[in-house]
Design a protein around this ligand. Sequence first.
Ligand SMILES: Cc1cc2nc3c(=O)[nH]c(=O)nc-3n(C[C@H](O)[C@H](O)[C@H](O)COP(=O)(O)OP(=O)(O)OC[C@H]3O[C@@H](n4cnc5c(N)ncnc54)[C@H](O)[C@@H]3O)c2cc1C
Length: 384
Amino acid sequence: MSQKDPYQHLREQIRAVCADFPDAYWRDLDARRAYPEEFVAALTRTGWLSALIPKEYGGLGLGLTEASVILEEVNRCGGNAGPAHAQMYVMGTILRHASEEQRQRWLPPIARGELRLQAFAITEPGAGSDTTRIMTFAERQGDVYVVNGRKIYISRVLQSDLMLLLARTSPRSDQAHRAEGMSIFVVDLRQAGDALRVRPLRMLMNNHVNELEFINLRVPAENLVGEEGKGFRAVIDSWNAERILIAAECVGDARWFVERASRYASEREVFDRKLGENQSIQFAIASAYAQTEAADLMRFKAAALFDAGQPCGPEANMAKLLASNASWAAANACLDTFGGNGFNAEYDVERKFRETRLYQVAPISNNLILGYLGNRVLGMPKSF
Ligand SMILES: Cc1cc2nc3c(=O)[nH]c(=O)nc-3n(C[C@H](O)[C@H](O)[C@H](O)COP(=O)(O)OP(=O)(O)OC[C@H]3O[C@@H](n4cnc5c(N)ncnc54)[C@H](O)[C@@H]3O)c2cc1C
């Protein structure tokens, strides 16, 4: 990284936090499928997790660009920002659509670390990537909404106090446009009791996802965020931010893989020569490096547009696509370079390999990004 990097100081501060959480910490959590409580507490205590919360609510009031650097450095240091990143993702929805009363109610305790908003529930078994087909329904009854339905693959429900929920408030068939009739709520998980059934699922990597069932869950009407029926728009406002932040995490992963692979290839000798003397090894790492640097430019372009309040849909989507592909190329180059050791948990490569694989599919699959670019940017017929 050049001395002229404007984020060098920020990077060093994040690395200082991460230094207390070395490879062995993440390896142990991965083996136990445990949540990084101490790490998330440290990121909260140092204020970094509140980067996007404005200063008047007790946060750091930083831009998305700085937030992306924070998450990138966590992954670059060998950790996984995944268990903590949602509090940043959902800020777009809260800051743009919550009322002043709601912001005062939730943001200061989140910034102080007294409340965790680490869960957002959108995906459903029957809807998949076609979000407008969600069936979870919130019916208004006086001062409350009564929620019934199911969600799947919802992260960190058991590690959060609050959860953002997207539910239908009127049937899809009643709407002139399929994206209408959905609403966003903040669910207080501490008060849900038996009305919310949570079934943890074991995943490829150490990620705390759950299947949820809502059985007459009563959500106070004062927890509706934004206008009833306009929730899809509110969610979309956080999607660009999420994609840029994910891109940064992928850049961090890619740099970790490239650094580990180059070092190993320069040290290990087989057939009386360094591994890196072989072009098949060296070029795969160099190619992944080039892809990473290119993806990083698109990530910073998208983040700058976002911070300037400019439209950034194409750039945010391309950043996520390019960065996740770069991290996947770097992951494979690293695994190939390490040979058998790459499969051995003691080297951490296989753990990071499993972690970065997620970003081909979630939070949005790269296929859907290509479909968006083909249709919305290039004007070809809609493919889904
Ligand atoms: C570890 C993990 C954590 C998650 N956390 C959350 C969370 O916190 N909150 C939440 O709401 N969701 C969460 N998800 C869900 C995630 O957002 C979805 O898995 C993702 O959006 C893909 O949706 P799906 O699994 O329903 O796939 P499907 O929609 O069933 O698609 C299956 C495959 O088919 C492809 N496909 C579908 N349609 C098309 C098409 N038209 N053209 C080409 N290809 C297509 C997709 O690319 C995908 O690879 C999480 C998922 C995982 C794995």
